[in-house]
Design a protein. Structure first.
Length: 184
């Protein structure tokens, strides 16, 4: 399972202006900043809901290049498999259990991590936190904000949507996409 590439979303005040890969959104922010815009320009990391602080100096190409991921040199080990060696600290009884598993400690740990990722329990928490951060930045003064937060953390989609009825469509839509993922 590969991790999805990062995406950002640009807002001009309460209006969603662009969304997509960081280089494209950074270039769009550069273009919007150069012209007339309605409100503060804010760029959000869609995975975390955090505001991204952009350096918009230079041309649009320079800005886009600044946020284009650079290819790292190939690491030692088994890079084709994506294997990364790191230290894990466990109690002796944990090591005994891991070493007794078929394939040894590494295989057992990989299976446990994959099983946890498939259950998706952490995904909901990550989505809620991202939506919370976005809403705190963009909707803190809007009517129904606190009730919408309570609905978000109660995992109540109906109440969440009802509390955002009077919000600007782009703000409500993005909050819902962050909170509910593909169900938005």
């Amino acid at each position: 399972m590969t991790e999805a590439p990062p995406t950002w979303t640009l807002f001009d005040g309460e209006r969603r202006m662009a969304a997509g890969p960081p280089p494209e959104v950074a270039a769009a922010a550069h273009a919007v900043a150069a012209g007339d815009h309605d409100g503060p320009l804010l760029v959000f990391d869609d995975a975390s809901g955090k505001v991204v602080d952009l350096d918009l100096r230079g041309s649009a190409e320079e800005v886009a290049d600044r946020y284009t991921p650079k290819v790292a040199p190939r690491p030692r080990g088994r890079p084709k498999l994506g294997v990364v060696a790191r230290e894990v600290t466990l109690l002796p009884r944990h090591w005994e259990w891991l070493n007794a598993q078929p394939g040894g400690a590494s295989v057992a740990l990989r299976k446990l991590v994959e099983q946890a990722r498939r259950t998706g329990a952490d995904d909901r928490k990550v989505r809620q936190e991202a939506a919370y951060r976005f809403m705190a930045s963009m909707a803190g003064d809007l009517p129904g904000y606190e009730e919408a937060l309570r609905a978000l953390f109660a995992d109540d989609r109906t109440a969440f949507d009802a509390r955002m009825k009077s919000w600007p469509a782009d703000v409500a839509g993005h909050a819902a996409r962050l909170a509910w993922g593909s169900r938005a």
